[in-house]
Ligand binder design. Structure first.
Ligand SMILES: NC(=O)c1ccc[n+]([C@@H]2O[C@H](COP(=O)([O-])OP(=O)(O)OC[C@H]3O[C@@H](n4cnc5c(N)ncnc54)[C@H](OP(=O)(O)O)[C@@H]3O)[C@@H](O)[C@H]2O)c1
Ligand SMILES: *[C@@H]1O[C@H](CO)[C@@H](O)[C@H](O)[C@H]1NC(C)=O
Ligand SMILES: *[C@@H]1O[C@H](CO)[C@@H](O)[C@H](O)[C@H]1NC(C)=O
Ligand SMILES: *[C@@H]1O[C@H](CO)[C@@H](O)[C@H](O)[C@H]1NC(C)=O
Length: 347
């Protein structure tokens, strides 16, 4: 497809193969197709959620985990699987209503014979004092912290040229500093003396992250932070790894992009070798694996869970242009000109 669709929405931009920044909204057939995709995916979501964990029941009995952003999307799937495996889970994010609703919903899935429990604690991971409170409250409640999953993060897309310092800092503060603060607090208050396992959720930023340069920069930094901490904290028995998801569909992830959400997710499909979107329930088992004793010799690693997307096509379109310097003159340039001349009549 060569058509360029131009959409904007409340300061949220996405620029890709089909989308570009501008003032007009022609969604037409694209929105309709996206809509069909979305209805199809909600069927799969139900199916996957019903499938349950592949891990042994009781694997995480009496263990305690903090999952940031644990009320929605990827974080909610991780929370649900940890609960299913017997873990006490503390979910933490900014919006109390969402936290409470998720805690109510997920607590109903805990069987009466299970040792699992779920607690919702409000915390903005950008705020040092709130992170400190989160860790202190978890210790007061459960007396230990075995696992930390740094999953919290917001998102908006914008070409780098249009990013404000405020927008840039918001992403760096949440995605990089927030993860650092949670790691540091959990380490200082508990894992330093007792060990533990940490998983950081990063992203498919292996070829940069055009359209979300701030996110790419923050996530690459978290990947490197993971390596530093794997060494610094090894002598405490702390393992720390990253999981890099591909494009993962959830209602909340889609809503983050407002009316562009369906289009953005639909546009990603051709770039995914699986030719479908991923689901939160496909990220959660990778996280559970890295937390579990099955990963007892794994630290400082990054596990891509993206169906090979990071090895394949990019959604970022580079329009045809003549902005580059001319190549150096010589026999090869001449040979290319001759080739093009011979081809032209056939085109
Ligand atoms: N979906 C994808 O394709 C994809 C791909 C790669 C990576 N990721 C990453 O995976 C993580 C989960 O994303 P998702 O797709 O599941 O989207 P999501 O449902 O929107 O989850 C983001 C979560 O982060 C929480 N959060 C945001 N800012 C926070 C803050 N300052 N302090 C504490 N919590 C905060 C949000 O809760 P509150 O609003 O209540 O704070 C929300 O629960 C994110 O870090 C995202 O960047 C997603
Ligand atoms: C953090 O990075 C993730 C992964 O790219 C992205 O989805 C999310 O929007 C970012 N969060 C913020 C606050 O930038
Ligand atoms: C974004 O930045 C480009 C290049 O600096 C500029 O031409 C364009 O007008 C900007 N768009 C918006 C919506 O600010
Ligand atoms: C992370 O930092 C190390 C040095 O500590 C460097 O060698 C490595 O290339 C960095 N990794 C990435 C992904 O930037």
């Amino acid at each position: 497809m060569t058509a360029r669709y131009v959409l904007t929405g409340e300061g949220f931009y996405f620029v890709g193969r089909f989308l570009s920044v501008g003032g007009v909204h022609h969604g037409g057939s694209v929105s309709v197709r996206a809509f069909i995709l979305v209805s199809a995916t909600s069927v799969s979501v139900l199916f996957i959620m019903a499938a349950g964990s592949v891990f042994r029941a009781g694997l995480f009995n009496h263990r305690v985990a903090i999952v940031t952003g644990g009320a929605t999307g990827i974080g909610k799937a991780i929370t649900a699987e940890l609960l299913q495996l017997g873990c006490h889970v503390v979910i933490a994010s900014r919006k109390s209503e969402r936290l409470e609703a998720a805690a109510d919903e997920l607590s109903q899935l805990i069987s009466s014979s299970s040792s699992a429990s779920i607690t919702a604690l409000r915390c903005n991971i950008r705020q040092e004092d709130e992170v400190r409170n989160l860790v202190a409250s978890t210790l007061r409640l459960h007396g230990r912290i075995d696992y930390l999953v740094n999953n919290g993060g917001g998102q908006f897309s914008s070409p780098a040229a249009n990013m404000s310092v405020k927008g840039w800092n918001a992403v760096i503060d949440t995605n990089l500093t927030g993860t650092f603060l949670c790691c540091r607090e959990v380490y200082s208050a508990w894992m330093k003396d007792h060990g533990g396992a940490i998983v950081n959720i990063i992203a498919d930023m292996w070829r940069g992250f055009p359209g979300m340069a701030h996110t790419g920069a923050a996530r690459a930094a978290v990947e490197n932070l993971t390596k530093s901490l794997a060494i610094e904290w090894a002598s405490s028995g702390v393992r720390i790894n990253s999981v890099a998801p591909g494009t993962i569909f959830s209602k909340t992830a889609m809503e983050n992009y407002k009316e562009l959400g369906p289009v953005i997710f639909q546009m990603a499909v051709p770039c995914i070798p699986a030719k479908r979107l991923g689901f939160p329930e496909e990220i959660s088992p990778a996280v559970c694996f890295l937390l579990s004793p099955a990963a007892s010799f794994i630290s400082g690693a990054t596990l891509k869970v993206d169906a090979g997307q990071s090895l394949y096509d990019s959604v970022w379109d580079i329009p045809d242009h003549t902005a580059w310097p001319e190549p150096p003159e010589g026999e090869n340039v001449g040979a290319l000109r001759d080739m093009v001349k011979k081809l032209k009549p056939k085109l």
